[in-house]
Design a binder for this molecule. Sequence first.
Ligand SMILES: [Zn+2]
Length: 276
Amino acid sequence: MQRRYLIITAHPDDADIRFGGTAAQLVKAGHVVKFASLCNGNMGHQTMTPDALAKRRYLEAQASKEVSGICEYEVWTDVGDCELTPSLENRKRVIRMIRKFQPDVVLTHRLCDYHADHRATGQLVLDAAYLTQVPHYCPETPIPAKNPVYGFVFDAFTDPRPFRPDAAVPVDDWMELKFHQLDCHVSQFYEWLASEKGVTIDSARMTWEEKKAYLDKYWGVRYVDAANQARQTLIETYGEAGRAVKQAESFEYTPYGSKVTVEEFRELFRVEPPAK
Ligand SMILES: [Zn+2]
């Protein structure tokens, strides 16, 4: 049965980082995936002007859409970085997005994430989760027959409690594709985020092998940490094969939408077990 997945994040690249490998596997299995970014990314650079950067990041997101095979990469081009708030207007916008897409699964950031835009996004999605089911709220956009299941994407924050990997997806065999997804966001991975790490590189002069080595050095560890944190879940889902998984993306269930068991939540993310 085909399912529909909607990930609502703050910036154009957040979904790629947290869900890219899983999204590609779900698409391959015949499911439909949409990424959404509620900010336009206009502050994520050390030299580019915000207007020029927002335009560039929109195009980077669309390039990633093609690489990932997802149906849409929506970007709220009118909302600047660091300015997203859980306003009534934005709440209604998120409700309409969810109702129109008719997802089976909605993913977002946890409320203890580091960035104000991430927290505002998570708040907006959780606020929308119940209100999508209220008929007199945004009545011009009909309520779909199914109420989605909601979940959070992996983060490493521990206060007030660590992320709980209720579902985990091996991405060992999909790292090449994940690097291609990240590679689309040149302004981020080779410029802004590189500068934040004190690294100066010229991606235009790098070979693909050099780019992969760089992306793996600074970003690959995230998926190793996620796999190790989710080891028990990986073993319960994939048996012995789960023990050998090196890199994973993981997801936490939240009961704000349709209520399912952890086992049912896990099944929503089951993919082909990794090749030996
Ligand atoms: Zn972000």
